[in-house]
Design a protein around this ligand. Structure first.
Ligand code: GAP
Length: 456
């Protein structure tokens, strides 16, 4: 993790938030390359789960909604974690995290691990802990200019509410028949007690999620759930291209699921700091629409056009943390290997981010061997042409060896180098990030050559 965090800062993927003011704990800003990587992951997610399907529709709803939404969803009453505070150093912890960690402490008897908070002490100073109390994770804010409590509102902790309250609107205007899904990607806010592990747990983060509505009298939820699990596997294997051995498919057992869910699977990842939730999928029955009907007093039923039957659709909800996917893509891409330098062939450690080509923030680097005008007069128009199809970086400073290393470290799949021979033979050298092999390609052909490469 330290290597990733340092590379992210050095190369402009992720900066500590508000750094010139001493930072703000656990807040991060995505730099130029981080922005591009995150955009590419979101684009790929959107293409895979929404654009390429005929049963999904997009949505983009407000971050601040009527507080009744959170009353109906249960967030106002139940969206809380148990918090304990050390009586000595006053550090605050999530009690479930402490219990989990305590079971791994060498000082505790593994045969008889602590079962209650009374058995646990402060991991920072050994002090005693207060009684656990519930702490609601929603960020409160105030609308308008008066202190009147009627103006209290909340920043959304998930995007799902937006899909449920708009179900009827969307169904009517799109004239969709069940089953169909409503998808959106957006920012969410949770006042986490213990944020940490870089961008893994923060107080603001993005989610991509969809609600897949269906008629339980026509479709078996078990089949739809399996269909979506299959799609999720395909996403990780074919699009994110992770090592599937690093994923853990955690079936949440009876008794640990939310009361309304008949099946929930957490997709976990073997992070360097432990096996942790990456994202999830849940069958939520008709819990959400029922609650919104009750609290709003509106009829949210769907009328089956063939049978005339009125039903409340049931829902399967796959949810993806965009920032966690980004962390996974950084972890999966990071490689260190011994490789010869391009100057003298001596072996040295090269750091290479092996992003799948379609996710790489920079796809092509155009590197004239020197800053001389003769080379720039050919290299710049070539870069301009390539920019119409790829994300391109133009770099003419430092030795070519250093420039290759830099592009390897930011994961650029192809470097296009112009040398003085290029002026005569009208060819450039294209270097492959992964194999480091080089090919001479006619300048006129480079665009098509690269287009072919990106199809692979
Ligand atoms: N609508 C369902 C829902 O919101 P969740 O498990 O609470 O489910 C969904 O959150 C996903 O959002 C998680 O699986 C995780 O990927 C991501 N996530 C949750 N809290 C987060 C945080 N504090 N920082 C970054 N990502 C977070």
């Amino acid at each position: 993790m330290e290597k990733i965090i340092s590379l992210c800062k050095r190369r402009g993927f992720v900066f500590p938030g508000s750094e010139i003011y001493g930072g703000l704990a656990n807040s991060w800003d995505y730099g130029p390359l981080g922005h591009l990587l995150k955009q590419n992951i979101k684009k790929a997610w959107w293409q895979f789960f929404v654009q390429e399907r005929d049963d999904m529709v997009p949505l983009d709803t407000a971050i601040i909604m009527n507080p009744k939404v959170w009353e109906a969803s249960g967030h106002l009453q139940n969206f809380s974690d148990e918090l304990v505070e050390c009586k000595k150093c006053h550090h605050r912890f999530r009690s479930d995290h402490l219990l989990e960690a305590a079971r791994m402490e060498p000082g505790y008897d593994k045969e008889d691990p602590p079962k209650t908070m009374a058995d646990v002490i402060c991991p920072d100073c050994g002090g005693g802990l207060t009684e656990p109390k519930q702490f609601n994770l929603m960020f409160k804010t105030f609308l308008g200019t008066t202190d009147d409590t009627s103006t209290v509102a909340y920043l959304r902790p998930e995007t799902a509410g937006g899909m449920f309250v708009n179900f009827k609107n969307v169904q009517q205007v799109t004239r969709r028949r069940l089953p169909f899904g409503i998808a959106q990607i957006g920012k969410n806010f949770r006042n986490e007690i213990t944020p940490g592990n870089f961008i893994f747990r923060t107080r603001e983060f993005e989610i991509g999620e969809f609600e897949y509505f269906f008629n339980p009298n026509k479709e078996k939820w078990e089949d739809l759930f399996e269909m979506w699990l299959g799609e999720i596997k395909r996403w990780w294997q074919d699009v994110m291209r992770v090592n599937m051995d690093n994923l853990v498919w955690h079936e949440i057992p009876d008794g640990e699921r939310a009361h309304y869910s008949k099946r929930t699977v957490d997709i976990e990842y073997k992070f360097p700091f432990g096996i942790k939730e990456l994202h999830g999928i849940a069958y939520r029955t008709d819990f959400d629409l029922t609650r919104h009907e009750t609290v709003s007093g509106q009829d949210l039923h769907y009328t089956d056009p063939e049978t005339g039957e009125k039903i409340l659709p049931h829902v399967i909800e796959p949810t993806f943390g965009i920032d966690r996917m980004m962390l996974v893509s950084l972890l999966e891409a990071y490689h260190e290997e011994e490789a010869p330098t391009s100057e003298d062939g001596k072996m040295e450690t090269r750091v290479v981010m092996r992003f799948p080509k379609h996710l790489a923030p920079i796809q092509v680097a155009v590197l004239p061997l020197s800053k001389k005008d003769e080379l720039a007069s050919v290299a710049k128009p070539l870069a301009a042409e390539l920019r119409k199809y790829f994300s391109v970086e133009y770099d003419e400073t430092q030795s070519i060896g250093k420039r290759y290393r830099r592009q390897d470290e930011i994961g650029t799949p192809y470097c296009v180098t112009l040398d003085f021979d290029s002026l005569d033979d009208k060819k450039v050298t294209v270097r492959d990030r992964d194999t480091m092999s080089q090919e001479r390609i006619a300048i006129d052909e480079v665009k098509n050559y690269l287009k072919e490469k990106f199809k692979q």
